[in-house]
Design a protein around this ligand. Structure first.
Ligand SMILES: NC(=O)c1ccc[n+]([C@@H]2O[C@H](COP(=O)([O-])OP(=O)(O)OC[C@H]3O[C@@H](n4cnc5c(N)ncnc54)[C@H](O)[C@@H]3O)[C@@H](O)[C@H]2O)c1
Length: 318
């Protein structure tokens, strides 16, 4: 039975990934520091069911403060999901958390993997924010990265570190650049979570800019499937590689809100505010590389994924 480490296991994507691994009969060591970037009680809820599972062990603490050589003794795969996410908070004083949690923590983990006896894959959660305002849409992995936020800079640095450790020490590193992930347990600072919560409370939603920005939205189960595929693909297909992980279609934000109105069954009041600094105007993933090398195939259409997120929001806030 393989043993995996999931960093950020109490977070949005990490908790889904840990759950899926346990369902597959794997042993999972989850690590999370439960920081207060958003309400830690939400993270406690994310991880509550996992903690009932006999094959799950939770390490509560900072990645940088662990004895990784003993943790990694029996570990086959690392899924490195922990990070300081969020584009807007990465300006100004908040930047320190981004360098610590995205760059320094990743370096500590990579350094430890050099001597991990059983490790066969290090799957890294990267982001479309690395591209910034990409010149070509849909964007391929060969596009020159030009982040437009400090967050994107730190995630690019983490990804580059991983590639360095792969080249110099043979760490079996593979990077997945997620494009806006959504679904149940989505972070409360993310748009769909905020929109559904506002709709529930009959409040107006704040839309940055004109609402004509486009995104490639990825349902969380598809992001999880990409992680499993990246862990299992032959080394020659995946190691040292970067893959775009998108939902398969590009959607205008204003149209997403129309779909949300149909799901919640009432109009959602919209309030347009200034454009957010650090937000890319458009994102769209060319996922053909992930398709051909990893067999990645996003399966959850937006309306279905949004319906699932709405059900979760209702149970969370009712
Ligand atoms: N959600 C998205 O749309 C999206 C898009 C692109 C990339 N990503 C990436 O996916 C990953 C997961 O994102 P998420 O939305 O689930 O975020 P999240 O904030 O819900 O989860 C991250 C978790 O990591 C933990 N953490 C952070 N630094 C840590 C450290 N040093 N030690 C221990 N725990 C630590 C946090 O407490 C948190 O619970 C991140 O790497 C993020 O950059 C997310």
């Amino acid at each position: 039975m393989p043993t995996s480490v999931v960093t950020g296991a109490a977070g949005f994507i990490g908790s889904h990934l840990a759950e899926t691994l346990l369902q597959r009969g794997e042993q999972v060591i989850g690590i999370d520091q439960f920081n207060d970037y958003y309400d830690p009680s939400l993270k406690r809820k994310n991880v509550a069911a996992l903690q009932q599972h006999p094959n799950f062990r939770l390490i509560e603490g900072d990645i940088q403060a662990q004895d990784w050589s003993s943790i990694l003794e029996s570990v086959d795969v690392i899924y490195h999901q922990a990070a300081q996410a969020g584009v807007r908070a990465s300006w100004g004083k908040g930047f320190h958390d981004y360098t610590e949690r995205n760059i320094s923590a990743t370096q500590i983990l990579l350094e430890a993997t050099k001597d991990a006896p059983k490790l066969r894959r290090f799957v890294h959660a990267s982001t479309s924010s690395i591209y910034g305002d990409a010149e070509t849409l849909p964007t391929t992995e060969t596009m020159c990265p030009k982040p437009v936020s400090p967050y994107g800079i730190t995630k690019l640095a983490a990804e580059q570190l991983g590639l360095l450790y792969q080249k110099n020490f043979g760490v079996p590193f593979v990077s997945l650049r997620y494009f806006t992930v959504y679904g149940p347990r989505q972070r409360p600072d993310m748009a769909f979570h905020k929109f559904f919560r506002a709709a529930m409370l009959d409040e107006a939603i704040a839309i940055y800019g004109d609402g004509q920005q486009t995104r490639d939205f990825t349902f969380v189960a598809d992001a999880v499937a990409a992680n499993l595929a990246a862990a299992e693909a032959p080394a020659g297909e995946a190691v040292g590689e970067i893959f775009n992980i998108g939902g398969g279609s590009r959607v205008v934000l204003a149209e997403v809100i129309d779909t949300m109105e149909r799901i919640v069954g009432k109009p959602i009041q919209r309030q347009h505010i200034g454009q957010a600094m650090g937000d890319a105007r458009h994102t769209a993933a060319d996922v053909s590389k992930a398709r051909s090398r990893l067999g990645y195939n996003p399966t959850v259409p937006l309306a279905e994924g949004l319906t699932q997120e709405w059900a979760w929001i209702q149970s969370l806030y009712s």
